[in-house]
Design a protein around this ligand. Structure first.
Ligand code: ACM
Ligand code: ZN
Length: 550
């Protein structure tokens, strides 16, 4: 509890900090390497000098985790930890951490005020304090010195969107637990709060499911991988000239790994959105359990890129039991509200030829295969809702009718997101342009690693606004935010994941956090150049094109 006396001190500090400085001529605006740019930033020429003698004054309960986080940062980067006290010190400078004495429910908001003697973190919630610390870390000097000079600033900050996401495809290529945690570190640095984890696809099943061990022992492996892009004959059939590397490929996360990664993300206020694809993109699962397909198989985990004709059979009740068992284990591992059930690119040829699927269409009085897909998703949604969770799916789940409570992730442009919002469904925007970070970021493809195609340069990502311009305020409420997707058909190493996602991730963070009227691409590039040494210190293999922007 904060005493009345302490509240007065805090209130007077606020007053002091908000007074304009007297007698100083206006100065040109100073640029600091802050990404995403906070809502309000005021600068002065003064500095606070942090040293091993600086104290942390902790005036609120429940913030120990964040205090440990920043102390750990000091120890790693400057070689000292600060003493933590519960009373205002009588001498020396200090870092004051407190909570406002009102509850507004804005748990991601924070104030950070730094004057010559005091660094003052004020946040209502733990995420807000954590974000304040991310901001603070960005203005610390990168060099390791005994005395750390920190510029004086007054920052008031809050996010523009509630869903600030990044996705990573760990099916097409597998990334280790340590690599996934590194990715989560990058998200945290830029104040993202959702990590969309693409765990299964035609080319690999990467999450241990205890009831169905073959999912990982069979579906977690493929016998080899195509080299380069698949080629097609004029009639659309696959070319016989495709080359394969002849090397078995595999990997999966145990449930223990997943618990650790979930806890790691939670410690950085990031919710993990697990994606379990259905009814398409399911060949790895069907290689393990062919009885849930229309034809009965046999199948092999896909060795090339693209989508398989074979999908889950929608006419077989056992398919739904199988998926419900899987989702039960998945929901127990991931504490977030949403489960991503895929729903994209489900080819319907098998359903059209399958007696069971056709019988389902008749029995359920459905018009066609699109409505069968809608039946599939709605049935799964009912199950997920019965466990207290919500589904989100790619925009194909609109086809044949949207399941009653589903949220939509719009990837084929924004039309799906617009249609869903107009039907009062929540939306996450992730249109291919500019949110697919597996696309090229430079026009000079000869200097780039092979990518799937497209062109999403840094400035296009920066300029992105998830809310369609024509939307009314009521419609805009359904746009939760946006995310970028990192599909990994052609991204074979984590170093390449870094190259494709950084610094576009930084640009997206600002598109999702910073008020529209504060955004300025030229100034962002200046800040990014100043921020680059932080990425160097972390050893990130970021793309350097921005360094030559004038
Ligand atoms: C997708 O890119 N198939 C969602
Ligand atoms: Zn079928």
């Amino acid at each position: 509890m904060i005493s009345e006396n302490m509240k007065k001190i805090i209130a007077s500090l606020f007053l002091l900090l908000s007074l304009p400085s007297v007698g100083q001529p206006p100065r040109p605006m100073k640029v600091l390497p802050l990404i995403p740019l906070p809502r309000e930033v005021k600068y002065s020429d003064d500095n606070f000098v942090l040293s091993a003698q600086t104290k942390i004054v902790l005036l609120a309960d429940g913030f120990q985790h964040e205090v440990d986080y920043i102390n750990n940062f000091f120890k790693t980067n400057y070689g000292f930890e600060l003493a933590i006290v519960k009373k205002m010190p009588t001498d020396g400078n200090y870092i004051l951490i407190s909570r406002p004495d009102f509850e507004a429910g804005f748990l991601e908001n924070y104030d950070l005020n730094i004057n010559q003697n005091q660094i003052f973190f004020l946040a209502e919630g733990n995420p807000g304090l954590f974000y304040a610390m991310q901001t603070f870390i960005q203005i610390l000097p990168v060099e390791k010195t005994a005395e750390v000079k920190i510029p004086c600033v007054q920052i008031s900050d809050s996010p523009r969107y509630q869903w600030r996401g990044m996705h990573l495809d760990c099916s097409r290529h597998f990334f280790t637990k340590a690599e996934v945690e590194k990715y989560i570190d990058y998200l945290a640095m830029y104040k993202f709060n959702v990590f969309h984890w693409h765990l299964v696809d035609d080319q690999g099943w990467r999450i241990e499911i205890k009831k169905y061990p073959l999912l990982t022992s069979v579906g977690g492996k493929r016998k080899e991988t195509i080299i380069g892009k698949p080629a097609f004959n004029k009639d659309g059939t696959p070319s016989k000239d495709d080359k394969y590397d002849g090397t078995p490929y595999g990997g999966f996360y145990t449930q223990e790994d997943i618990k650790e990664i979930v806890a790691y993300a939670q410690s950085k206020y990031i919710t993990i959105l697990p994606e379990i694809e259905m009814p398409g993109h399911s060949l790895a699962a069907l290689a393990a359990y062919p009885q849930y397909s229309c034809t009965g198989g046999p199948f092999e985990t896909y060795t090339k890129w693209g989508v398989s004709d074979d999908v889950y059979c929608a006419g077989n009740d056992e398919t739904f039991n199988f998926l419900e068992d899987i989702l039960t284990e998945v929901m127990a591992l991931f504490p977030g509200k949403y489960i991503h059930i895929g729903g994209d690119e489900c080819l319907k040829d098998r359903w059209k030829a399958c007696p069971k699927c056709q019988k389902r269409i008749v029995d359920e009085k459905l018009k066609n295969a699109e409505e069968l897909q809608s039946y599939f998703i709605t049935r799964i949604e009912k199950f997920v809702n019965s466990k207290g969770k919500q589904i989100i799916g790619w925009d194909e789940i609109l086809e044949g009718g949207l399941a009653p409570n589903a949220a939509v992730m719009s990837w084929r442009g924004i039309a799906g997101g617009v249609a869903a919002a107009k039907q009062n469904h929540f939306v996450v925007m992730s249109p291919g342009k500019p949110c697919y970070f597996d696309h090229y970021q430079s026009k000079d493809k000869t200097k780039e690693p092979l990518a799937i195609g497209g062109f999403n340069p840094l400035d296009s990502v920066y300029a992105y606004d998830p809310t369609p311009k024509a939307f009314s305020a009521a419609e805009a409420k359904y746009i939760m935010g946006a995310q970028a997707n990192v599909w990994t058909e052609y991204i074979t190493t984590f170093s390449q994941v870094e190259y494709m996602s950084m610094p576009r991730m930084a640009a997206l963070s600002e598109a999702l956090w910073t008020p529209l009227d504060k955004k300025n691409y030229k100034e962002f590039v200046v800040r990014l150049k100043m921020h680059a040494p932080v990425l160097d210190r972390m050893g990130v293999n970021y793309a350097k094109h921005f360094k030559s922007i004038k």
